[in-house]
Design a protein around this ligand. Structure first.
Ligand SMILES: NC(=O)c1ccc[n+]([C@@H]2O[C@H](COP(=O)([O-])OP(=O)(O)OC[C@H]3O[C@@H](n4cnc5c(N)ncnc54)[C@H](OP(=O)(O)O)[C@@H]3O)[C@@H](O)[C@H]2O)c1
Length: 305
């Protein structure tokens, strides 16, 4: 039994491969993916790397042993580059059409997995202000909530066939060598880090090691539907900023006003100012144990490495 993994060359994907035995990675560029994963010392974990071409070739799927789990992490980066109309269409279609095409390829092959774990994001809830939000909360309004909703709906044909599907609503992933900290640490090291706006907005985060543990746990737990992948203790942006600065031994007093961040980053900046007080209702109620439940321990660990 193997795991079929899209987005395996990304930040979360590489951390997940480290934990697994027998992974078939799906990539737009299999040769360079193989090389990159080999450089990371992960080639021993791989069964194969197969081509993503807006779908999977039937012969590639036929070669794979029975699939136990599909983990679907592919998606055009949200944080890189300005959100032009073309970029927004890539953000949407790489997730929505990508997931739909992946689901269609799997159904056509008849090689149905036991579970399909598909990335989504806490962006689905929109700005939730001071409200504490669990999985039952409504979808927000705007570009990201709409993309997330469509992204989740794209798995419907598999659910209709009785496959267990999990929508992992992921918060800001913290860990060494990737994600938000890869951008923030150099900024804070030069003393340029600071709160965003008034710093009161809530941030829902998760350590990458807890995220991959949660994915592994969900492979076998009989849970389906939405699962918030966030640590139990979201923090205000001000607390996050102070904790990161302290962990790096640097000051953090330059607040970044919204107009300046928007000027620098374009529309993506808006997502940094919204409040997300999201908590992992399903994971906690079903007994998942977080290794990094508080921001101090998560940041200290991520920076140490
Ligand atoms: N990191 C976070 O803080 C965070 C937060 C919330 C949600 N998420 C979601 O979790 C998933 C994994 O996150 P990550 O940080 O590991 O992402 P990542 O490092 O950006 O990796 C994503 C992977 O997706 C593939 N990809 C990139 N652009 C694509 C496109 N246009 N079409 C098809 N595939 C494309 C790439 O694989 P190949 O080049 O090998 O094809 C890439 O390695 C993503 O879906 C992301 O939206 C992440």
């Amino acid at each position: 039994m193997t795991t079929l993994l899209t987005g395996g060359t990304g930040f979360v994907g590489k951390n997940l491969i480290e934990r697994l035995q027998g992974v078939t990675v799906v990539s737009r560029s299999p040769d360079s993916a193989k090389q990159r994963l080999e450089q990371e010392g992960l080639s021993g974990k791989l069964d194969d790397v197969i081509q993503w071409n807006n779908g999977l070739a039937e012969e590639d799927l036929a070669r794979i042993q029975p699939i136990h789990s599909v983990v679907n992490l592919m998606g055009e980066s949200i944080a890189e580059g300005r959100w032009t109309d073309t970029k927004k269409e890539k953000i949407r279609s790489s997730r929505v059409d990508g997931t739909r095409n992946l689901v269609d390829s799997i159904i056509q092959s008849g090689n149905l997995p036991k579970v399909f774990i598909s990335a989504s994001a806490i962006g689905l809830y929109g700005d939730t202000g001071e409200r504490i939000v669990e999985e039952g909360a409504p979808v927000g309004r705007g570009f990201l909530p709409e993309v997330c909703q469509e992204w989740e709906s794209a798995t419907a044909p598999l659910q209709a066939l009785g496959v267990r599907v999990v929508h992992l609503r992921i918060g800001i992933v913290l860990g060494p060598r990737g994600g938000a900290l890869k951008k923030l640490i150099p900024l804070f090291r030069t003393g340029l880090g600071g709160p965003l706006g008034n710093g009161k907005q809530w941030m829902a985060w998760i350590h990458v090691l807890d995220l991959v543990s949660l994915i592994q746990w969900l492979m076998d737990e009989p849970i389906s539907g939405a699962v918030n992948a966030t640590a139990p203790n979201p923090v205000r942006n001000m607390e996050f900023t102070k904790t990161l600065a302290k962990a790096l031994g640097r000051p953090a007093f330059l607040p970044a006003p919204r107009f300046a961040v928007r000027l620098a980053l374009g529309e993506f900046a808006n997502s940094l100012f919204i409040s997300s007080r999201i908590v992992p209702g399903v994971a906690l109620s079903q007994g998942f144990q977080f290794q990094f439940a508080d921001i101090q321990s998560a940041l200290q660990n991520a920076i140490k490495k």
